[in-house]
Design a protein around this ligand. Structure first.
Ligand SMILES: *Cc1c(COP(=O)(O)O)cnc(C)c1O
Length: 306
């Protein structure tokens, strides 16, 4: 028994597409924690418990912290999430609702993260939000399900923060004999650490995150995600915050599911009829989800960004 669920794979007639083009949606927004993160983090938490961990530590006030809290509750393992003072009331509430302890420390993620690491004892497991091969193993199960459903996409569209989802999806493609299937890796302007790194040929660090898609806000992508682009076809695409939020709002009407701008970034490619999709017949969108944005917040961003 895994902590994540097998999610629906939907053929969407609502998303705009070219004649003859099929849009498929892997509905990770429906995971019990509200995002795909539960696949990798649930898998990692089970493995760390097997290796003797008595507590899980996280420094994510977003979907990773919520997934760790959920996994700990299901496994009966205490969880401590260290978040900075900037963490929203909603994020804190979502973590507490999963029964985790929350410790507010420092003005930035960097400070909260450093404090979490300083608290790490011999029986604790640190649950990284994106940079751990165990996460890729878990995330890859979403592609196992796509393969089991008999779908062989011509391209996969997904969002990139630190690159854990990207590494997991490519692992899933490889272990299902789909090594050649290209991945379109989407970020927002201001959180585009991956696109900038590929363009420069080295892993750059953004000075700050300047996007409402906070779940894409890794200032530096993992080495694994960066290196992967030299052995798998990956095309980076960057969209605006307005496009990402607009896609969330349209997706609510089209599919009756609320997702964060981090996920809207990928969906924006369909709504924009982005040229990166033009050559593909079957396009698989990873609807990665995310629970930290409310409907009211999406509308407020939509109005402010117009
Ligand atoms: C974490 C997250 C991402 C980015 O995933 P990475 O593994 O960091 O690249 C995208 N969307 C949502 C909703 C997320 O929670």
């Amino acid at each position: 028994m895994s902590l994540h669920i097998a999610t629906p794979l939907l053929a969407s007639t609502a998303l705009p597409a070219k004649d003859g083009q099929e849009s498929w949606l892997k509905m990770e927004a429906l995971q019990p924690s509200g995002s795909f993160k539960l696949r990798g983090i649930g898998y990692a938490c089970e493995e760390y418990r097997r290796r003797g961990a008595r507590r899980f530590l996280s420094s994510s006030g977003g979907n990773a912290g919520i997934a760790a809290a959920h996994a700990g509750r299901k496994l009966g393992v205490p969880v401590l999430v260290v978040v900075p003072e900037t963490a929203s009331a909603r994020a804190r509430e979502l973590i507490q609702r999963e029964g985790a302890d929350i410790l507010v420390h420092g003005a930035s993620f960097q400070e909260a993260n450093a404090h979490a690491l300083s608290l790490l004892g011999p029986q604790d497991a640190f649950i990284h939000p994106f940079d751990d091969p165990l996460l890729y193993e878990g995330h890859a199960t979403m592609i196992d399900e796509v393969a089991q459903a008999g779908l062989r996409p011509d391209a996969v569209v997904l969002s990139v923060g630190g690159g854990g989802l990207l590494c997991g999806v490519v692992e899933g493609l490889r272990r299902n004999g789909m090594d050649e299937v290209p991945v379109i890796a989407v970020e927002t302007v201001g959180a585009d650490s991956y696109a900038q790194s590929l363009a420069r040929g080295e892993r750059i660090e953004l000075p700050a995150i300047a996007s409402v898609a906070t779940s894409l806000g890794a200032r530096r992508v993992s080495e694994a995600a960066f290196a992967l682009a030299s052995r798998h076809p990956v095309q980076p695409v960057v969209v605006t915050d307005a496009d990402a939020v607009g896609a969330c709002l349209r997706f609510m009407d089209d599919h009756r599911v609320v997702v964060e701008p981090a996920c809207g970034a990928s969906l924006a490619l369909a709504y924009q009829r982005h040229p990166a999709l033009a050559e593909f017949r079957r396009v698989l969108f990873i609807v990665c989800g995310g629970v930290t944005a409310t409907v009211a917040q999406l509308h407020a961003w939509g109005a402010a960004l117009r």
